[in-house]
Design a protein around this ligand. Structure first.
Ligand code: COA
Length: 163
C-alpha cells in the first residue's frame, strides 16, 4: 500500500515554513496531499480558492510542481483523511508551546479515527518563529515579507492590502 499523508492547515497564507514541512514530508511519504481547511471560525483573510491558488503557485516557485496534490476540505480532518486514503496526518511543531494544541488535536483525531497516525516534523530553525498571522500583520503595515513567503504570495498580500 502506498503511504499517503495529509498535511492540513488553514494556510492563510502559506509561508516558507509550511513549504519546509512539505519538503520534509516528501522525504518520508511517497504521496503527500495538502489539505486546506475552510476554517470559517478563523475568519481567514484569503478565500479558500485564493489559499489553494497560493499553495499551488508557491509549489511551482520552489520546484515541487506535480509532486504534491493540493485539495480543500470543509469536514472533520479525519473524514478528509479517510476519504483520501491517508495513513498519516503531518503537522509541524515550531516551538515547545505548539505541543499542547497539537497533542490535543492528535489525541482527539486518534479517538475519532484510530487507524490514523499523526506525525510531527520540525521546520528549519529559520522558520521556528514564523506564522501566517505574523506575515499578515507585517504585510498589513507595508513591511517586507519576502523572506517569509514566496514571490507569488507576496504579490497577493500586496494586492489584498492595497484595496
Ligand atoms: N510554518 C509557519 N507557520 C506555521 C507552521 C510552519 N511550519 N506550522 C504551523 N504554523 C502556524 C500557522 O501559520 C498558523 O498561524 P496563525 O494561527 O498565526 O495564522 C498556526 O501555526 C496554526 O495554524 P494551522 O496550521 O492553520 O492549524 P490550526 O491549528 O488552525 O488547525 C486544522 C488547522 C485544519 C488542522 C484544524 O483546524 C482542523 O483539523 N480542522 C478541521 C475540523 C476538525 O477536524 N476539527 C477537529 C480537530 S480535533
Amino acid at each position: 500500500m502506498i503511504k499517503r499523508a495529509i498535511y492540513p492547515g488553514t494556510f492563510d497564507p502559506v509561508t516558507l515554513g509550511h513549504l519546509d514541512i512539505v519538503k520534509r514530508g516528501l522525504e518520508l511519504f511517497p504521496e503527500l496531499i495538502v489539505g486546506i481547511a475552510e476554517n470559517p471560525k478563523k475568519k481567514p483573510l484569503f478565500s479558500i480558492e485564493e489559499r489553494k491558488e497560493m499553495f499551488i503557485e508557491s509549489l511551482k516557485e520552489i520546484g515541487l510542481n506535480g509532486k504534491v496534490k493540493v485539495k480543500t476540505f470543509n469536514t472533520l480532518l479525519v473524514e478528509f483523511a479517510k476519504r483520501e486514503g491517508a495513513v498519516a496526518i503531518l503537522r509541524g511543531i515550531r516551538i515547545v508551546s505548539d505541543m499542547d494544541h497539537e497533542f490535543t488535536m492528535a489525541s482527539l483525531n486518534r479517538k475519532l479515527y484510530p487507524e490514523i497516525e499523526t506525525v510531527f516534523l520540525m521546520p528549519s530553525d529559520d522558520y521556528a518563529y514564523l506564522s501566517s498571522s505574523a506575515v499578515r500583520e507585517i504585510a498589513f503595515y507595508g513591511g517586507d515579507v519576502s523572506q517569509f513567503v514566496t514571490p507569488f504570495v507576496e504579490r497577493k498580500l500586496k494586492e489584498k492590502f492595497r484595496r
